[in-house]
Design a binder for this molecule. Sequence first.
Ligand code: BG6
Length: 608
Amino acid sequence: MCGIVGYIGKRQCAPILLDGLGRLAYRGYDSAGMAVLTEGKIQVIKAKGRLSVLEERTKNGTTVEGSIGIAHTRWATHGEPSDVNSHPHISQSGKFAVVHNGIIENYRKLRTFLTEKGFTFMSETDTEVFAHLIEYYYNGNLVETMWKVMRKIEGSYALGVLCDDYPDSFLAVRKDSPLIVGIGEGENFIASDVPAILKYTKKVCYLEDNEIVVLKKDNVTVYNADGETIDKEICTINWDVASAEKGGYEHFMFKEIMEQSKALQDTIHPRIKDGEIVLDNIVLTSEYLNSVDKIFIVACGSAYHVGVAGKYVIESLVGKPTEVDLASEFRYRNPIVTDRTLIIIISQSGETADTIAAMREAKRLGGRVISIVNVVGSTIAKESDEVLYTWAGPEIAVATTKAYSTQLACMYLLGIYMSQKLGKLSDAEQKALVAAVKALPEAVEKILSCRENVQFMASRFYNSKNIFFIGRNLDYAVALEGSLKLKEISYIHSEAYAAGELKHGTISLIEDGTLVVAPATGERLFDKMLSNIREVKARGAVVMAIAAEGNTAIAEEADYCLYVPKTHPLLTPSLTVIPMQLFGYYVASIKGCDIDKPRNLAKSVTVE
Ligand code: BG6
């Protein structure tokens, strides 16, 4: 996600801003910029690309005079990486400059409103709305202006604001996106995260939602949503920078597992409007969807596993034949694609070579391509006919977790959207399904809060030589991902098998004490799963089941049971996957594996 740094004090700010941005680079970014108050005027320098471009343009900050400034590393969500889409954004008159981390969900409506008021937008970003809206409401008091603006904005933001009427202070505000205030000697800071300012001060305070902070070089004033000034607790950071980059977590993978509730919220929430699913600016008409006679879902790795689940979801909701394929196979097997074929391409990076090739082959054959991608402006995002972004933020660990979960969420959104267009669901069914999707972030948070149960399981089985995952229907789809997670980071051999297929081969590998992980959340096939659990137990297996809360029958058959909240039958993978991610993580952690950078693996395989 984006990174923000701000400074006011006794020193030239540009070098400090650059240094702070450099320490936030781990968050992933595609462009960077700064705004500095120089002799009462706001000077903005910003560029697409690495921080080195900004360092070059400012000669490491030495060519930019001024001791008040805000700076930003951008992780694109709205508008692809470019100079003009980089932050800071300035208001029409140039009086205000803003840097923003978060998503304005109602930015289109506000953009229309401001355009009608005569404001001209330079960028494709949601953030630029802040700059013009502040100018529109500005009455000479910036704090009062911010309250008016905050009442109009829907979404998440950590925001830094510079105004040339204020030569001795700048302002910041926070809602849903973290922002800290660094307290120095004759200087003060804002930052998205501790590493940016740890070099200058260990004294910080954490802004809460809807708090505004005004920073001067010798003091900071914090206002709550009622306009009262409040005292904030000042904490002393005792982390080192390395651990601070992971938010205090030991590994990026664990940090990203724990971020899933927010990633799901950011991905789902802006796409539910008045009980209906909207897909940003994607429009699939009923006429087009009625003409579609085949759907392909094509991807690699964990993204492919999303596709396996997606097949069940799409066929159930949309009633169209749906085939899921590995990109490396699809691209060479002369797939049967016509102009009535819809191809859903899934890719976190948007740069996986096999997936790019599969997309191009599908387009060459006349198909229409919708992609589900996490990196804005990536090759797949740019070349597909439509793109539905996951807003998971940058995923640093090689083994995907939050990107997988948000891809799954986008698959649900797409399935419900198409079902809406084709009138496949009754109002009651639609309402129940949308409500269940909306409740996923909270359900995931609940599972994460019970993670010590999984940690116990990992401590029992981390020495296993073989671990099998079995499931039926959507539980099989998620078993594939659970098995891959374990393999990728703990190097334990594992296989995922359709439970009904077990007796046709793999069951010969079950020995005394072999661990079998059995997700059994599907109600319709639950009795069949119980039979499969009995089958493997009869051959000596130890079974760890994953079931819906309240399911007591499973406890009579399985040796161990991890519970997840009940949800809509089509959404169970989003919950069942969480214990599996945690299991793989804890096993690898106990084994001392290199969790964030497993041997032989790459975050994105950009070569064939
Ligand atoms: C692998 C990653 O290299 O590529 C997996 O380790 C990922 O996590 C797979 O699922 C596909 O990558 P992408 O970026 O196309 O989703």
